[in-house]
Write a protein that binds this ligand. Sequence first.
Ligand SMILES: Cc1cc2nc3c(=O)[nH]c(=O)nc-3n(C[C@H](O)[C@H](O)[C@H](O)COP(=O)(O)OP(=O)(O)OC[C@H]3O[C@@H](n4cnc5c(N)ncnc54)[C@H](O)[C@@H]3O)c2cc1C
Length: 485
Amino acid sequence: MDFDVAIAGGGPNGLMVASELALAGVRPVVLEKLTEPTGEQRANGMVGQVVQLFQRRGLYGRLTGEDSPPVPVPQYMFAAFPLPLRELAGNPVYTVLVPQRKIEAVLAARAVELGVEIRRGHAVTGFTQKDDSVVVSIDGSADIEARYLVGADGGKSLVRKAAGIGFPGFTNDRTVSRTAHVTVPSSWRDPATGGLAVPGYGVIPPFLHHRHERGLIAFAPFPDGRTLLSVNTFDLPEGAEPFDLADLRAAFAHVVGVEIPIGPPTGDGPHLLRRLSGGQTRLAEHYRAGRVFLVGDAAHVHSAIGGPGLNLGLQDSVNLAWKLAAAVQGWAPAGLLDTYEAERRPAGERVTMQTQAQQLLVGPGPQVTAMRTLFGELLQEPAVLRRIAELIAGSDIRYGTGPLAGGFVPDLGDLTHSGRPLLVDNTGSLAPVAAPWRDRVEVVTAPVPGATALLVRPDCYVAWGSSSDTPDRDSLRAALARWFG
Ligand SMILES: Cc1cc2nc3c(=O)[nH]c(=O)nc-3n(C[C@H](O)[C@H](O)[C@H](O)COP(=O)(O)OP(=O)(O)OC[C@H]3O[C@@H](n4cnc5c(N)ncnc54)[C@H](O)[C@@H]3O)c2cc1C
């Protein structure tokens, strides 16, 4: 066996799977077809529990360059409705505004620190599954044999296709999105909000989608001085090739009826000038075929509205990695690897559902406007606001049931950096119960609101919990056996 796990694709998800495997003590290899990172601009940041996941692993400060921990965001958006999240007790929505290339650089640096081998210029061209391994073919290089193969090779995943896994879904061909870094005259900036003051039209607030019956505008003046303008139109054909600021100006005028005097961006690049037509929403029929697993965009593609992609994919990656490590190390209980699809495909279903619902709610025409009036009224209800906030955060995804089990673990300080299973025991009585698992479950103490003991999986989800001073030992033993063999 050349490696424990081969990973096709060195994007954010492949790098995350690799780091988590290395953290767990197994040997992955990342096979990335590109010789250099593309520099393509995708995510402007991350939203949801993934932000806390970075913090739990001690990686959040590397993204922000600051020591302070993440705090919930006071306002976010859903389908171009501003969400007053500051009103929610226990607001679950966290964000971090850093470009995807920085996120990838942080993940790549961590993978290398952990000893991961990243082979660039290695395109996976196919694989053959054997009883206890997968032989992976690589363009221009010798085959490699590994116990498992992870397809983290993006939306057009070769691994998914070669595994024969279907990718059913929906194609939207009515929208054209145009995005560019621009400069905007100061007379067009609204001093109160920092938004766009459009003469004769009104203010388009910053960092929120603004829906009109003919299109959707987003205006984002980033703190680093760069300003992004995005215009999505419905049923308006693409302009001439190549896309330029004149086309963006025309699309803006089509939506709001006013010519905008934008100019080219100044300062350091790279600068974005992109036009995309339509979009796909697809979910893999299965996340596993034998020894082959899919994570990230290889398993799901959807509209980028609201930015849920990395929250979804990176949590796939962390969910899968510890289970694969357990299988490689020989202690995985029966069925553990199958819990990956059972837990993460429903998360993919939630995201493909909510991004399609948002697309519909920002769509054209008076019927959508009527629907928005009703949806806006519903959002005044605190329970509805909470439901939407949890959908955005991904905190509505729970693995298992019980008042204390199934959710994301509270902050335990440095204890979650290692990615080891933890038994937080503040009763001082549970170490003997966990003794048979002592080679893989660490018994620790840490303040946890509302609980005396928690069993924590490596992906930072709670597998068992108690608020009693004398926790039920049998249910703890059952949870230890269920998750840790
Ligand atoms: C315009 C846009 C804006 C977005 N904005 C956000 C946002 O704000 N927030 C957010 O969370 N998400 C956002 N996303 C989504 C996010 O970018 C993706 O979810 C994320 O890049 C998926 O990561 P991945 O590692 O699964 O796939 P990718 O990033 O696609 O990486 C796959 C890697 O596999 C490599 N590869 C492909 N085929 C092979 C092969 N055969 N062999 C070896 N290597 C291979 C590729 O070269 C690539 O490096 C946005 C996406 C787009 C397009």
